[in-house]
Design a protein around this ligand. Structure first.
Ligand code: PLP
Length: 395
């Protein structure tokens, strides 16, 4: 018996445990100080009333022999997939129901989708980025090359024609940088993928935060993307499902490589390894797309985006370089005066009692940068801004 030795190549994920340790020791020494947490990228507002009502109704159905449901379709119930289809249609994107697969989360889909690809493929992953892309490929023993996201390219790397990659990860709006690709920039990636016989895994988990119509919310707004891209999206951020769990992945039928259909492979994979998502949760997710659901979730998104605007305005007032905040709940800032993100973390915690996330945790290019999140209480955001203004003037 041999274990998967690739696990030895994973870096320990110290980031959030290191942050927790530092915060715990600070609070133990300073029990009366009020800490403001702008670190973790989890939503804070509760599920909206329409979702709760739909799930309660589904619970009642499960308790009645006449309406009880056993195993559901592995790829999701039609009532939810039809709503997802309409959600795309409202943005002039035609997706057929067979291309939509419901799951328990984008994180799971990101890990599972790699079942489709040969180990010898080269993965191209932006740095900094959501660490799951790197770790899932390391576990599979796949070679990774990084696309450098830096201040020079406003943290939006574009394809380098000299580099040969097979599996390309794009995340827009991005975690952690909040940077968001324009149509022209995404067009370059689609052209690169088509020319290189490569596939794009497009993580649209934060699409709901995009304001206005110019910025694409789906890779399928770009011509040719159906022939080279899989899109992943989640109910976690749009509707606060981080603890409820529901997401979907679009695998177009036009994705054919060497005569094999990615859509058929994914259907085979899912129906072999998954029994789908709970009926109750899918009922809740479907309610997000009703008129009342849309209105209610939009109110929550608007609340977070107002928080983001308050943080972004604070960066402008302090003349701190940053990305994000405009189409994203994340503000990615250049640490004022500090070159080391952890030193800035300590300084911020000690002097202003604010917790953020050091950029190094998301890749080597995150060094010297820092992530603040707009998920949280308005009152706390306003207090954090007041503290930041006082602090930065004194550095
Ligand atoms: N993709 C990105 C870029 C994320 O930042 C996150 C969570 O923070 C996820 C996916 C996870 O989504 P889910 O909750 O659906 O697993």
């Amino acid at each position: 018996m041999k274990l998967n030795k690739n696990f030895a190549n994973l870096q320990e994920s110290y980031l959030f445990s290191k942050i927790a340790k530092k915060v715990n020791s600070f609070t133990a020494e300073n029990p009366n100080k009020k800490i403001i947490r702008l670190g973790i990228g989890d939503v804070t507002l509760p599920l909206v009333p329409v979702v709760i009502a739909a799930m309660q109704e589904a619970v009642a159905e499960m308790g009645d022999a006449k309406t009880f449901k056993g195993y559901g379709p592995e790829q999701g119930y039609s009532f939810l997939k039809e709503n997802i289809q309409k959600y795309y249609k409202s943005r002039n994107i035609n997706i057929v129901e067979r291309e939509i697969f419901v799951s328990d989360g984008t994180k799971s889909d990101l890990g599972n989708i790699l079942d489709l690809f040969d180990k010898e493929n080269i993965a191209l992953i932006p740095d900094p980025v959501y660490p799951v892309y790197v770790d899932t490929n390391r576990m599979a023993g796949r070679k990774i090359i990084f696309a450098n996201a830096t201040q020079e390219n406003t943290f939006l790397p574009l394809p380098d024609r000299k580099v040969k990659a097979d599996i390309i990860y794009l995340c827009s709006p991005n975690n952690p940088t909040g940077a968001t690709y324009s149509k022209e920039q995404l067009k370059e990636w689609v052209e690169y993928a088509l020319a290189n016989h490569a596939i794009i895994l497009y993580d649209a988990a934060y699409e709901c935060f995009i304001q206005g119509k110019e910025i694409p919310r789906s890779i399928y707004e770009i011509e040719g993307a159906k022939e080279c891209a899989i899109e992943l999206c989640s109910f976690s951020k749009i509707a606060g499902f981080t603890g409820t769990r529901c997401a979907y992945i679009i695998v177009p039928e036009a994705l054919i490589f060497d005569g094999m259909s990615c859509n058929k492979m994914w259907l085979r994979r899912q129906s072999t390894k998954s029994n789908g998502v709970s009926y109750i949760v899918q009922k809740g997710a479907a309610a997000v797309f009703t008129a009342a659901g849309e209105k209610q979730v939009q109110q929550n998104i608007a609340y977070y985006m107002e928080n983001a605007k308050i943080l972004a305005n604070c960066m402008d007032a302090l003349d701190i370089w940053y990305t994000g905040g405009q189409h994203s709940p994340y503000i990615w800032l250049k640490c004022p005066k500090f070159k080391d993100s952890w030193k800035f973390f300590d300084y911020l915690l000690e002097k202003a009692n604010i917790v953020g996330t050091p950029g190094d945790g998301f890749g080597k290019n995150g060094k010297g940068y820092f992530r603040l999140t707009a998920f949280g209480d308005r009152e706390n955001i306003l207090e954090a801004v007041a503290r930041l203004k006082k602090l930065v003037h004194n550095i």
